[in-house]
Design a protein around this ligand. Structure first.
Ligand code: SF4
Length: 259
């Protein structure tokens, strides 16, 4: 499938390039730097989460990483549409935490996903049952999606060779990860039901950045190791008013699932 640039409502991991590779390289470097300053990844993660709460906490966090903090401006090229989007938000939409995500919060979330992946990768790969929750917005928009529930969640029925969900689900099989479209399940109920059959569960999430961070944090609250890959841009109905073609970096997915 052609990997072409997509522009999101607030962000695009393509930045100014025709590929998302540079984004992943940059995030990797930033997280390397963070770990160099503070090798305790648990503390780093907690600090990142706290910093993303509000501007005051963010400023405090920035002051403790002066060198890195100046470099964070390099992430602006990925989030250029955020301020325009925030200015256009209706009062009603301001109540939606994801929709009102600030530009600097996107940057912290990007770091948080990378750090969480590093911390959880091994335990995820060693989980007895590995499940991926994929976003419906990645399905082939030219087709009427034939996915249906198997009692746990919706599974892809492979109706389109050009569908990201189909391609990802097939790729996941090779890593013994069961792919589902996340349509209706509540994480707490899902984990409770899976815990009856499996000693350990690991979750792989794919979603736009604010959704992904929210999902990964929820998994952590339930002591379920989660790893995740952000969508290349936020282009679903929630952000754009209708669905728009989207993508994700499959190379990163393979990297994440390889020991
Ligand atoms: S390939 Fe799967 S996810 Fe894609 S449109 Fe068909 S059934 Fe839906």
């Amino acid at each position: 499938m052609e990997y072409k640039r997509v522009e999101g409502k607030t962000y695009t991991l393509f930045g100014e390039s025709s590929s998302t590779t540079e984004f992943y390289k940059l995030i990797c470097l930033f997280v390397d730097e963070l770990i160099e300053v503070n090798p305790d990844q648990k503390i780093l993660l907690n600090d990142l989460k706290t910093a993303s709460k509000d501007q005051w906490h963010f400023n405090r966090w920035r002051a403790s990483f002066p060198a890195l903090s100046a470099g964070l401006e390099q992430l602006d090229i990925y989030t250029r549409n955020t301020n325009k989007h925030l200015e256009s938000l209706s009062i009603l939409n301001l109540f939606d935490k994801r929709l009102r995500t600030k530009e600097w919060q996107y940057h912290l979330f990007m770091l948080e996903v990378e750090l969480t992946n590093r911390m959880n990768k091994q335990v995820f790969l060693e989980s007895e049952y590995k499940m991926a929750l994929l976003p419906y917005c990645l399905h082939d928009l030219k087709k009427e999606c034939k996915s249906s529930s198997d009692g746990i969640e919706y599974i892809c029925r492979n109706c389109s060779a050009e569908c990201y969900i189909n391609i990802i689900t097939k790729a996941l099989k090779a890593y013994n990860v069961k792919g589902y479209l996340w349509m209706q399940s509540n994480l707490k109920t899902l984990f409770k039901s899976l815990a009856k059959d499996f000693k350990t569960i690991g979750i792989l999430g794919i979603a736009c950045i604010p959704e992904l961070v929210n999902g990964m944090r929820s998994c952590a609250k339930h002591n379920v190791p989660a790893v995740g890959i952000p969508l290349d841009a936020n282009r679903c109905i929630r952000w754009m008013g209708s669905f728009h073609e989207n993508s994700m970096n499959l190379e990163q997915l393979n990297k994440l699932l390889t020991k």
